[in-house]
Design a binder for this molecule. Structure first.
Ligand code: SAM
Length: 273
């Protein structure tokens, strides 16, 4: 590749381009692609991952927001007949129209990694596997378990939707320009069976968010501050054999789900001021 022909990186768009072919190989291997799979790549950039994906699978849709990179990739596209390049914002492009079973592989722009991750998880019925390069600390939060200081809303909500593993760390030297923060690759296998129904899910999400709103407070006080009825929360904790001084970071996902069912099942209309 002639580097002087490449568009310069724009920091605001999270443009830290991979330059290490070994990392590219490891990412593609993690996705377990077959020649008949369909892949969604978010942010193809200069195309290093895109090219490897096109070689490994049936079809690749790559959504890039930067028009300069879109032009650059379009000029190279004739080499890959199985590539659809889209110039758009991945937060608003209708990815829900991609075929069911599409596998997502992306080195995400860090400024948008959490919202994009949640968008993908919201549409998880479509995406059985999601392989993402993220900030190392975000991956640590994604996989952390109760009792850990990294355990919070992101851990509970993501692990509710997917089985997540931290696959490997990636050194800053593998990118140009080098990012200031460490990176890691995560594999998310999305869960097909929904443990909560459509009505319960938003209540679960609201409760988890409220529970972690004040990390230093007990769960009862934290939820009270967010408008939940104190007596009801205390009685529900007791019915689950949990101490009244329980803190959010000690609750498992199953316990958060059970708390949601019991709190909302008992007296939903009185819950919020
Ligand atoms: N995949 C390339 C690689 O590994 O070298 C580039 C990865 S770079 C970290 C992130 C890419 O996402 C950039 O090309 C950036 O322009 C693009 N991007 C940023 N925001 C985007 C958005 N909202 N929708 C689609 N692409 C976006």
């Amino acid at each position: 590749m002639d580097s002087h022909l490449l568009p310069a990186a724009i920091k605001r768009l999270g443009q830290n381009f991979l330059i290490d072919p070994n990392i590219v190989r490891k990412i593609v291997a993690l996705a377990e692609l077959t020649p008949t799979d369909t892949v969604l790549e978010i942010g193809p950039g200069r195309g290093i991952l895109t090219e490897a994906l096109c070689r490994a699978t049936g079809h690749v849709t790559a959504i890039e927001i930067d028009p300069r990179l879109h032009v650059y990739l379009t000029e190279r596209q004739p080499r890959f007949l199985n590539l659809t390049l889209v110039l758009d914002d991945a937060m608003t492009y209708p990815i829900e129209r991609l075929p069911i079973g599409t596998i997502v592989v992306a080195n995400l722009p860090y400024y948008l990694s959490t919202p994009l991750l949640f968008r993908l998880l919201d549409l998880r019925n479509r995406f059985p596997r999601i392989v993402l390069m993220l900030q190392n600390e975000v991956v640590d939060r994604l996989v952390s378990k109760p009792g850990s200081s990294d355990y919070g809303v992101l851990s509970v909500m993501a692990q509710y939707a997917a089985e997540i593993t931290k696959a490997f760390r990636v050194s800053a030297q593998c990118f140009r320009p080098r990012p200031e923060i460490g990176s890691a690759v995560a594999l998310l296998r999305t869960k097909h069976r929904r443990a909560l129904n459509e009505e319960e899910e938003p209540k679960f999400a609201a409760l988890v968010k409220a529970a972690f709103a004040h990390r230093r407070k007990t769960l009862v006080n934290s939820l009270k501050d967010q408008g939940y009825e104190q007596k009801l929360v205390a009685a529900t904790l007791s019915s689950l054999n949990l101490s009244p001084t329980t803190r959010a970071e000690t609750l498992s996902i199953e316990q958060f789900m059970e708390l949601t069912r019991r709190i909302y099942g008992s007296n939903f209309s009185n819950l919020h001021r």
